[in-house]
Design a protein around this ligand. Structure first.
Ligand code: 8YV
Length: 328
């Protein structure tokens, strides 16, 4: 009998056909209005789940006692209770690597957009203000040759370091728990304490997973260490930043600007005070959101799901403890 899976994210026809050849598929697009109710109704009897951005708590897991694997179309897994999945022997897989370069591109897009005031000056033209040559009031700041501080030196942090060093001739500082000599050798990166990185950097980019250790990692005390000419970019998770503190620092121009792709509340409410700032560039969590990369992520997630359902150890297993528990 085919294993039963529930999709809470639409896939391309090609991937859907591949799944349907091997499993019995129910598609429930959770974000849709009745999506969660339909997801609850589909969970009983499900052996596998595939999707993203859903907080999978006990209430939903209790509805799926036969669940073997959750295949997340994401690299971040902060919306899963891994200890609970381990306890239940449910495998969790994710999609690292395939989204690294695209997400690093997003980080640099925000950095450059902030430095050269692209969004603000686009609006300035559209509002009819460009009636003569531009002057200092429209000047931005250079990126090439400046110092980029990367908080978190995983795959995405390293891709950013490569862009900064090889592409823009930037000095790279980084902060992680464990120094990475190979990254220092490749890109001339230098390890710093978080405090020193914030004080020395012209640009700071947050590339850490959200965890108990990184929640509110950057708050008022950390922002106060940054140069008034510095720019902050966040492509990790919204809760890594103390958002009210960033709002205040931007309002008081205690930092030059910020580029945020992720927020404490997503979607960001239209009445958010952040949207009143002219020294902030925002994007709607598009870190990995290109046609090519999202298809590659979905393909990776389907591979992980089918491997797990076939009793094989999936390539991108997040919780080996659950595997040991099932094998035991
Ligand atoms: C998307 C991400 O949010 O991979 C992650 O952790 O944050 C982004 O790629 C995710 O892929 C959901 O579509």
């Amino acid at each position: 009998m085919k294993k039963r899976i529930v999709l809470y994210k639409r896939l391309s026809d090609q991937l859907m056909q591949r799944l349907q050849a091997h499993t019995e598929v129910t598609l429930v697009e959770a974000p849709a209005a009745d999506g969660l109710a339909r997801l609850r109704a589909a969970l009983p009897g499900a052996h596998g789940l595939l999707g993203a951005s859903l907080r999978l708590g006990d209430e939903l897991l209790d509805l799926a006692p036969e669940l073997e694997v959750v295949s997340s179309v994401s690299v971040g897994v902060d919306n899963y209770d891994i200890a609970e999945l381990d306890r239940r022997g449910v495998l969790l897989t994710n999609t690292p690597d395939v989204l690294t370069e695209t997400t690093a591109d997003t980080g640099f897009a925000l950095l450059l957009a902030c430095a050269r005031r692209v969004v603000e000056l686009d609006g300035w033209i559209r509002d009819g203000h460009w009636r003569a040559g531009i002057g200092p009031a429209q000047f931005g700041c250079d990126v090439h040759g400046k110092t980029l501080g990367i908080v978190g030196m995983g795959r995405i942090g390293e891709a950013l370091a490569r862009r900064a060093n090889a592409g823009f001739g930037m000095q790279v500082l980084y902060h992680t728990r464990q120094p990475r000599p190979e990254v220092e050798a490749r890109y001339g990166a230098r390890h710093r304490s978080l405090q020193a990185l914030l004080a020395e950097s012209d640009f700071v980019c947050l590339c850490v997973p959200l965890s108990a250790q990184t929640e509110n990692l950057i708050g008022a005390p950390e922002l106060a260490l940054m140069k008034p000419s510095a720019i902050l970019v966040n492509i990790s998770r919204g809760r890594v930043l103390d958002e009210p503190a960033v709002l205040q620092a931007l309002r008081e121009r205690r930092i030059r600007g910020a580029g945020l792709d992720v927020f404490v509340q997503e979607p960001l409410p239209a009445n958010s005070p952040l949207l009143q700032l002219d020294n902030l560039v925002v994007t709607p969590h598009i870190g990995s959101a290109t046609e090519e990369t999202r298809e590659a992520m979905a393909r990776c997630a389907v591979d992980n799901l089918l491997a797990a359902l076939a009793g094989e150890r999936p390539a991108n297993l997040v919780n080996p403890q659950a595997w040991e528990r099932r094998a035991g």
